[in-house]
Ligand binder design. Structure first.
Ligand code: PMP
Length: 431
């Protein structure tokens, strides 16, 4: 089969229209019209961050132009308006993940801060010397290092759930990791490298059967699938605004109210207090207990608009579109000689390496260095990510130093997949 054989085309992709119901979604994202190196930009680094629709940019610009004032503290008109927008954004997030109450929605700077918050406060309140936290071999550094930092304070043991050869969590092995000392399981819902979608609901049920609460890293899940924290029954869940078409610097920590009530504050300062004296300070109610200092209230407005945007299109429609596009990309890339894709199969996140065409006979073919491949396709206008993707233990498990990662979003097209495949073909001819 040649790389242009029409037989590899899946049935045409489901149509995806913008939030206004008009045309394609691409027109909603101004940056997609720009050129790099005099070529149309093909942006395939969406797992790192997504581009922003105009409605998000406009909502934030409008707030700075017309509303800006610090929230919660002012009696004046603008402060109340800004506070209303900020608290409406919290309600929008609550609806997005189906939390019971806005008391369970803590605004943070992102997934990383959300996980650090839980690691620090949970280990302070609920973990003792000799206790264990389970993580997995496919975690991002931000769901490994925060737990390790706590080891400086207490004798905490990290136990690691391995992955199978095809890049899934080894659930049998996970079952054997629970002991009477296990205090929490911290697990990603979707791998940022392999694209593996973990059966997170089953994993949570398994942990709960052992009496162990679960923190879900939903950084890579939130843009691609419906999240329902009540249906999942997760205890904590973290995601970042910038990966869901929202602004940078804003993220969410969901926590069951019973857990958040048990945990001590993370940072001290304004807003998180009840009453302050030099002798003793009391703390604010949830979620403000965890929100010290001036929040990024403009970013919360932007995040709410981004959530409105994806909700208007529909997460299910987005998932169907991206799944079909990921399947097309997988088939297309697999036709490239020397291509090796890591992970269990088609998904909107594809990590790969390509063997050099002229490797010595009888020898394991050398790989084209991921950085060379990424740099060369970049000069053809295609933005992909290269390196360890903040998952060095996973790279070690895969036996590579790094990979090239193409990751897709709702605005990507089959033509862009073709452009990526053609660019890789061209790079191969240079080696
Ligand atoms: N977890 C996963 C699975 C991720 O992909 C990322 C971002 N690459 C993070 C956590 C960290 O997100 P942020 O940098 O937005 O805090």
């Amino acid at each position: 089969m040649t790389s242009h054989d029409p037989q590899i085309l899946p049935p045409s992709l489901p149509s995806l229209t913008g939030a206004d119901g008009e045309g394609t979604v691409r027109a909603d994202f101004p940056i997609l019209a720009r050129q790099v190196y005099n070529r149309p930009l093909v942006y395939l680094d969406n797992a790192a961050t997504t581009q922003k629709p105009r409605c998000v940019i406009d909502a934030m610009t409008d707030e700075y132009l017309n509303v800006n004032a610090n929230v919660h503290r002012g009696v004046h008109y603008l402060s109340q308006q800004a506070t209303d927008l900020h608290e409406q954004a919290r309600e929008t997030v609550r609806r997005f993940i189906n939390a019971r109450s806005t008391a369970e929605i803590v605004f943070t700077r992102g997934t990383t801060e959300s996980i650090n918050l839980v690691a620090a406060t949970f280990c302070q309140a609920c973990v003792g010397d000799g206790d264990e936290i389970i993580v997995t071999e496919m975690e991002h550094h931000s769901n490994i290092v925060p737990w390790q930092l706590q080891q400086a304070r207490k004798d905490i043991r990290l136990r690691v759930c391995p992955i199978t050869a095809d890049g899934r969590l080894d659930l049998d092995a996970l079952g054997h990791l629970f002991t009477s000392r296990t205090r929490l399981l911290a697990c990603t819902a979707v791998s940022n490298v392999l694209g593996t979608v973990n059966p997170i609901r089953d994993i949570i049920a398994m942990a709960h059967a052992h009496g162990v609460p679960v923190l879900v890293d939903a950084a890579q899940a939130a843009p691609h699938m419906v999240l329902d924290v009540q249906a999942l029954d997760c205890d904590f869940l973290a995601f970042s605004g910038h990966k869901v078409y929202g602004p940078t610097g804003i993220g969410v920590l969901y926590g069951k109210e019973t857990w958040l009530d048990r945990l001590p504050p993370y940072m001290g300062g304004g807003e998180m207090i009840g009453k302050v004296t030099f002798e003793r300070t009391t703390f604010n109610v949830l979620p403000y207990k965890f929100e010290a200092g001036t929040p990024d209230y403009v970013a919360t407005t932007g995040l709410a608009r981004a959530i409105d945007y994806v909700s208007a299109i529909g997460l299910d429609a987005i998932a169907a579109y991206e799944h079909a596009l990921g399947a097309y990309a997988y088939e297309r890339l697999m036709q490239i000689p020397g291509m090796h894709i890591y992970g269990p199969g088609p998904s909107p996140v594809i990590s790969f390496n390509v063997a050099q065409p002229r490797s010595a006979a009888g020898r394991q073919p050398a790989l084209i260095h991921h950085l060379d491949l990424g740099t060369l396709v970049d000069h053809l206008g295609i933005a992909v990510r290269t390196g360890h993707h903040c998952a060095e233990p996973l790279m070690r498990r895969l036996g590579v130093e790094g990979t090239v990662r193409a990751s897709f979003a709702l605005y990507n097209t089959r033509a862009e997949v073709d452009a990526l495949a053609a660019a890789i073909d061209r790079v191969i001819t240079m080696f």
